[in-house]
Design a protein around this ligand. Structure first.
Ligand code: A2P
Length: 262
C-alpha cells in the first residue's frame, strides 16, 4: 500500500500571541514544492488541514504558521506541539501564489493579512523571485502589533543572512500596518492603497500594471477588495497556464476549494 503522508519530527515551535504560532519540521526528503505553495499537515488522530509552506524551497526544513481556532480539532492540538513530536505532512503541494503564474516585472507587491503572509515568507527568501522582479514589497496588515512578529523576524533574518542578505539588500522591503492598535502605519491595506499612503510611505510610484505584479493572500473580504482595486487599475489575474499581472490564493478563505491533497 503506498504511503500517503510523511511523518516528520518537529524541530522548533515559536508562539507570537495566545493563538498564533510557527512550527518547524524536518523536510521529507521526497517533498518537492514551489515557493508559495501549500500542503496538508496534521497530527496522528486529527484531521489534516492545508497550510502554506512559509520557508523557501531550498531550505532543508519546513516552516508553518498557524492559528489556534477554539474548538478546532487540529489547531488546538497543533498549538500544543513540542519539539520532538511527529507532524504529518501530505505528499502533494499546490497553490496559485507562484512566480510561474506572473509575467516578469519591475516590482512585485505581496499583499497579506494575518497568516496570509506565510506563502510570501517563502517567496521573499527564494532567489528565483529576484530573477523575475527587480524589487519585492511585502505588506502585512494585522489587528495587533504582536501578529506582525513572524514576518518581521523572517525578513530581518533573511536580510542578515550572509548569503541571502547580500542578494536581497535594497530589493526587499516590508511594510506593516495594524488596524486595532497603534503602530507606525495604521489602516487596512485597501485603504492605504486607495489613499496612496502605502506608496508615499515607500516613496515609490502607485502600483502600475504596465510594470508591477501582485499576489494577494488573506481573508475572503480582503481578497475581494484588494482584487477589485487591482482590476480597476488594469491588472489581470494569471494562472500557471497563462501568466498575468496578479494572483490570488482563495484556498484558505474558502476551504471548500481544498481537494484532498494528503
Ligand atoms: P479590521 O481590523 O479593520 O477588520 P482578520 O484577523 O479578521 O482576518 O483580519 C486581519 C486584518 O485584515 C485586519 O487588520 C483587518 O482589519 C483586515 N481586513 C479585514 N477585512 C478586510 C478587507 N475587506 N480589506 C482589507 N483588509 C481587511
Amino acid at each position: 500500500m503506498p504511503k500517503t503522508v510523511y511523518a516528520e519530527k518537529v524541530t522548533e515551535v515559536e508562539h507570537y500571541t495566545d493563538g498564533l504560532f510557527r512550527l518547524r519540521v524536518k523536510r521529507p526528503p521526497g517533498l518537492r514544492f514551489r515557493s508559495g505553495e501549500f500542503v496538508m499537515i496534521g497530527l496522528p488522530g486529527a484531521p489534516m488541514r492545508a497550510h502554506s509552506i512559509a520557508s523557501p524551497n531550498w531550505d532543508d526544513e519546513l516552516d508553518f504558521v498557524s492559528v489556534k481556532v477554539p474548538g478546532g480539532p487540529l489547531s488546538e492540538r497543533l498549538a500544543r506541539t513540542m519539539p520532538g513530536d511527529t507532524l504529518l505532512v501530505g505528499r502533494e503541494c499546490k497553490g496559485t501564489l507562484v512566480n510561474d503564474a506572473l509575467e516578469p516585472g519591475r516590482r512585485l507587491f505581496l499583499f497579506a493579512t494575518g497568516t496570509g503572509v506565510a506563502p510570501f515568507a517563502s517567496l521573499v527568501r527564494d532567489p528565483e523571485t529576484y530573477d523575475k522582479f527587480d524589487e519585492v514589497v511585502l505588506t502585512q496588515t494585522c489587528r495587533t502589533v504582536a501578529e506582525l512578529e513572524f514576518a518581521e523576524r523572517a525578513v530581518a533574518a533573511a536580510l542578515a543572512d550572509p548569503l541571502l542578505g547580500e542578494f536581497l539588500a535594497g530589493r526587499l522591503r516590508l511594510f506593516t500596518s495594524t488596524t486595532r492598535e497603534p503602530h507606525v502605519h495604521t489602516g487596512r491595506i485597501t485603504t492605504l492603497m486607495r489613499s496612496g499612503a502605502l506608496f508615499e510611505a515607500l516613496a515609490i510610484p502607485p502600483i502600475d500594471p504596465a510594470c508591477d505584479r501582485a499576489m494577494i493572500c488573506g481573508s475572503m473580504a480582503m481578497l475581494r477588495d484588494t482584487q477589485a482595486i487591482l482590476e480597476s487599475a488594469g491588472f489581470v489575474e494569471g494562472t500557471d497556464a497563462m501568466p498575468g499581472s496578479f494572483v490570488v490564493e482563495r484556498t484558505f478563505a474558502d476551504p471548500s476549494r481544498i481537494a484532498v491533497l494528503a
